[in-house]
Ligand binder design. Sequence first.
Ligand SMILES: Nc1nc2c(ncn2[C@@H]2O[C@H](COP(=O)(O)OP(=O)(O)OP(=O)(O)O)[C@@H](O)[C@H]2O)c(=O)[nH]1
Ligand SMILES: [Mg+2]
Length: 252
Amino acid sequence: MNLTLEHMPVRMKNSSETIKRYFQVLLRKLIPVRVEAELPKGNKRVMMFVGPTGVGKTTTIAKLAARYSYIQEKRSKVGIITLDTYRIGAVEQLFAYAKMMRLPIEDVVDPSDFNSALSSLGHCDVILIDTVGSSQYDKEKLIKLNKFLQNSQMQIDVNLVLSAGCKLEDLKEIYKNFSFLNIDTLIFTKFDETKVFGTIFSLIYDTDKPVSYFSIGQEVPDDIVPASSDFLVECILEGFEKKRGKDGNTGE
Ligand SMILES: Nc1nc2c(ncn2[C@@H]2O[C@H](COP(=O)(O)OP(=O)(O)OP(=O)(O)O)[C@@H](O)[C@H]2O)c(=O)[nH]1
Ligand SMILES: [Mg+2]
């Protein structure tokens, strides 16, 4: 951007509005976005959420479960599966959300039981699968996760969940080490905890993986927006806080 500014005609450089518009037009075309209405592989949405610890996988699932089953005009039958049976309290977190929303939920410990859980939610249009958070360097956990995917009789859409505040070097390492799971789309969380959005932009641009959602706070179900390049570019140019003030908090 600095280089572009240097070479810009003086007449353009004098107007901050013109500069902003110039970069908006330029940047918005550079990153791939997955439109929400587009169904992932297969006829249903069977979405698995993977990623490092504490990035907001479970919270994102709770938001999307509400979004797909109650908020969107076209209401879908939603079911939930959790593979995060490893830690004390993890299953209860998602069971509590499912109970509140009256949605069916299954927990699966062993990869060989995964298909029967998928079958028992066969009547659902959308199945959201939570997984245990894993360091990108914890090979054992990642291999176990892959066993679930390999055992599955259904096509699974793999969503890599990443925190917006993470350093670019770490984001790249996380992407690299999770990519053997065949990532379909990226989700970024914690927009409210950073002021720097160029890192996210760079990762989406470098990996050329479409981004599908942005999580913009802790509130379930409100703090999630379908990704758009306009929204991200505006966060880069103006910051998230300012945007929140201007448009309410959705940016939609
Ligand atoms: N500020 C902010 N907090 C968030 C956002 N999304 C999730 N959180 C919070 O981050 C914390 C961790 O969220 P979880 O959904 O449990 O994260 P997780 O990825 O499932 O964590 P593990 O299962 O432990 O790997 C909770 O306190 C959430 O409320 C967000 O967009 N912004
Ligand atoms: Mg979790």
